[in-house]
Design a protein around this ligand. Structure first.
Ligand code: FMN
Length: 314
């Protein structure tokens, strides 16, 4: 269950499948969704981004922000923070719940950047370095526990490479790279060339992220960047079995997700998010009219009835 070891072993074996990660996703990568991904080919699952400052405030908040289950592991927990002490404190709360912590340096949301978190950290490489270095020195002794960063590439090639080298030097166990800069939209083509240049510059394992929707996409990354891991967000929302190799989502995932949400109710209580998740997972199973009708379901009961009528739920 040592994620770093898993990544290293992949590097050593030629032609091996990269280690597969489900991405951190605010609101979506809750315990039920992570369990679904874990059951269908994701080797490592990720919590949503959690703001470390709030997490450190009270046990009540911690219980709301992070529910986990030994069955979903290996699990990595992502924190947004701009302070090394704060990040380490938050990490110490979760050391027994997961296999590692990750620093969010990529979130482009205005609200997040305004308070100096997420991709705002990309303007302060010295702060990223300080957080990683402090975490490594305080948590690095713990066996099977990783410290890592998730970044976006920078518009400037040289600065991107400098940043990755710096993160490596501070003993980040691996690095997750979303192959777009923070000004790019999700539909824009990932910068594979940049990923390849980064690969030539650092030795720590790389987890590549950006527009992975099927096997061809992750093989492209593997071939172009020799990455040890691949991570998907939107691809898994549409098809949680993607990393098992299935090109389209399967109707049975709908029932499985429903049952997991029921089982772990406390961690998935917002109806609007539940509806959106079912909207994504059924996207390829419903026609356009039905997709609109699904969005009109006002509550869980209506959603259940709607999905049952289409033979997607018992
Ligand atoms: C709904 C949603 C929520 C996201 N939340 C987070 C988050 O909490 N932390 C993070 O680092 N990235 C977050 N992201 C970005 C993804 O992790 C990922 O980097 C990005 O979507 C690119 O991957 P993709 O092309 O596979 O979607 C989110 C993306 C989506 C679609």
């Amino acid at each position: 269950m040592d994620v770093v070891e898993m990544l290293r072993q992949t590097r050593e074996k030629k032609n091996s499948r990269p280690i597969t990660f489900s991405a951190p996703m605010v609101r979506y990568s809750t315990l039920p969704f992570r369990m679904l991904c874990h059951n269908h080919g994701c080797d490592v699952v990720f919590s949503p981004m959690i703001v470390a400052k709030g997490f450190n405030k009270s046990e009540q908040l911690r219980n709301i922000e992070l529910q986990s289950d030994p069955l979903e592991r290996p699990l990595l927990v992502q924190f947004a923070s701009k302070d090394a002490e704060e990040f380490v404190t938050a990490s110490e709360y979760v050391v027994n719940q997961c296999e590692g912590v990750n620093l969010n340096c990529g979130c482009p949301s205005k609200k997040v950047r305004k308070v100096g978190l997420g991709s705002a950290l990309l303007d302060k490489p010295e702060l990223i370095a300080d957080i990683i270095k402090t975490s490594h020195s305080r948590l690095g002794e713990k066996q099977n526990f990783s410290v890592s960063a998730k970044i976006r590439i920078l518009p400037d090639q040289g600065e991107t490479i400098e940043l990755c080298k710096r993160i490596e030097k501070m003993h980040s166990d691996f690095i997750i790279i979303h192959a777009r800069n923070r000004f790019q939209k999700d539909h824009e083509t990932p910068n594979y060339e940049m990923m390849s240049l980064i690969r030539d510059s650092i030795q720590i394992p790389i987890v590549a992220n950006g527009s992975i929707f099927n096997q061809q996409d992750w093989e492209l990354y593997k071939n172009k960047t020799r990455c040890e891991g691949v991570m998907s967000a939107r691809g898994l929302l549409k098809n949680p079995g993607m990393f098992e190799g299935s090109t389209l989502t399967k109707p049975e995932y709908v029932q499985e997700l429903w049952d997991l949400i029921k089982k772990h109710k406390a961690s998935h209580s917002k109806y609007e998010t539940t509806k959106k998740m079912f909207g994504r997972i059924t996207n390829d199973l419903l026609n356009k009219n039905d997709r609109i009708l699904l969005q009109q379901c006002k509550n869980e009961e209506q959603l259940k009835e709607f999905l049952s009528e289409r033979d997607l739920l018992n």
